[in-house]
Design a protein around this ligand. Structure first.
Ligand code: DOR
Ligand code: ZN
Length: 425
């Protein structure tokens, strides 16, 4: 195993120090370290964070390897500063059996760029009718602990209750895509003034809020863990605030795009802005930012949703929902929260690692800790060029925007996956 001596780095914004990485762990920290044979990296001006952890990534393999593969998505993740991602189950075939989750897990190991933790489907084929083999997926080599029909809501309350009861035995989590389908039939964008003006069918905020309200009550009744995917409205924040105050075991995520963009983007009719749940209003963005800062929303998760050109560059109504996220999430969070490194580490690394049970991730760089970390240049400004992204897809809503911060290096168990801002393999 190689060793690296990182000189003059600021760990989470603290005074510069040296970090010696050896045998997969942070071996030593302190001033003026020396180490024979170690590769020396000058990290003056850089900030070290625990490697980022994404609880919500679509890798598209198996089934849509033209849009993303486990390997290409892992590379995008490493370049974004991630050391672990949770792969969503809406692949083709769906990850609803031990066989498919083991395949994704094995592909992740072979790529070796981030730890890929598969998420299993809650229902067979994401059809919302019968529970999938949750126990078999939990017992598989992939050791699945999070289950989600993301892209679809587990709308049937009896099925949702059963799923929560089932995973309680192994402290599993149901991650809900909160969307009451009867309220969003034909929906194209957020229901509000802009949808009225454009004449597009609206996706009302209450369709999300009603499901979250129901599910926190179910989780409270069962005593199980609920995670709410991509929270997008101010009303959802209030439902979560009340549930958390009562001690319900609920966690929640927000995406970078819901923290930055609003429904006025739909006026361009550019399907790059079509996403589910849809971009909301300024008031929603303000509430989501406040909730992320105060902890009612626990984490930032990307909902990285790569789509092939033909699925995105078409009429708005026919375009698939979703946007890329892995390679820009840290920059957007930095833009939204400012250089509050401890808070960024909490929301993008420690808490998602804790929720997912990824014990070797989400740990601040300190002696003896697994060397899963990322080095960021906070002073860099970066213009987003879709052609330069590692993802196989191009559907970034940030094309041409200049964003703060650049990932300079990422280490997975002491081995660099990114150096000098470039993927190592
Ligand atoms: O915009 C979205 N895209 N939302 C989802 O829930 C699913 C995702 C996808 O798979 O493309
Ligand atoms: Zn998703």
């Amino acid at each position: 195993m190689s060793s690296y001596l990182i000189k003059g780095v600021s760990v989470l914004g603290a005074a510069p120090t040296d970090l010696l990485i050896r045998d997969g762990v942070v071996a030593e920290t302190g001033a003026d370290l020396a180490a024979d044979g170690a590769t020396v990296l000058d990290a003056a001006g850089l900030v070290a964070l625990p490697g980022l952890v994404d609880l919500h990534t679509h890798l598209r393999e198996p089934g849509r390897e033209d849009a993303e593969t486990v390997e290409s998505g892992s590379r995008a993740a490493a370049l974004g500063g991630y050391t672990a991602v949770c792969a969503m189950a809406n692949t083709s075939p769906v990850a609803d059996t031990a066989g498919v989750v083991e395949q994704v897990w094995r592909l992740g190991r072979e790529a070796g760029l981030v730890d890929v933790q598969p998420i299993g489907a809650v229902t067979v084929g994401l059809a919302g009718e019968r529970l999938a083999e949750l126990g078999a997926m939990a017992d598989s080599a992939a050791r699945v602990r999070i289950f989600s029909d993301d892209g679809h809501c587990v709308a049937d309350p009896r099925l949702m209750r059963r799923a929560l009861e089932y995973v309680k035995a192994f402290d599993g989590i149901i991650a809900q895509h909160a969307e009451e389908p009867r309220l969003t039939e034909g929906a194209q964008m957020h229901e509000g003034a802009v949808s009225t003006r454009l004449g597009l069918t609206g996706w009302p905020a209450v369709a999300e809020e009603a499901i979250i309200a129901r599910d926190v009550l179910l989780a409270e009744h069962v005593g199980s863990r609920l995670h709410v995917c991509h929270v997008s409205t101010a009303g959802s924040v209030e439902v979560l605030r009340q549930a958390k105050a009562r001690g319900v075991r609920v966690t929640a995520e927000v995406t970078p795009h819901h923290l930055l963009l609003t429904d006025v983007r739909a006026e361009t009719y550019d399907p790059v802005y079509k996403v589910n749940p849809p971009l909301r209003t300024d008031d929603d963005v303000t509430a989501l930012r406040a909730a992320l800062a105060d902890g009612v929303i626990d984490i930032v998760a990307t909902d990285h949703a790569p789509h092939a050109v033909e699925d995105k560059e078409c009429e708005w109504a026919y375009a698939r929902p979703g946007m890329l996220g892995l390679e820009t999430a840290l920059s957007i969070t930095l833009e939204v929260l400012g250089p509050r490194w401890d808070l960024i580490a909490e929301r993008m690394s420690r808490t998602p690692a804790r929720i997912a049970g990824l014990e070797s991730h989400g740990l601040d760089p300190a002696p003896g800790v697994p060397a899963n970390l990322t080095l960021v240049d906070p002073a860099a400004q970066r213009r987003i060029e879709p052609g330069e992204l590692a993802s196989l897809s191009r559907n970034t809503p940030y094309a041409g925007m200049t964003l703060p911060g650049r990932v300079v290096a990422t280490f997975l168990r002491g081995e660099p996956t990114v150096l000098d801002g470039k993927a190592v393999k």
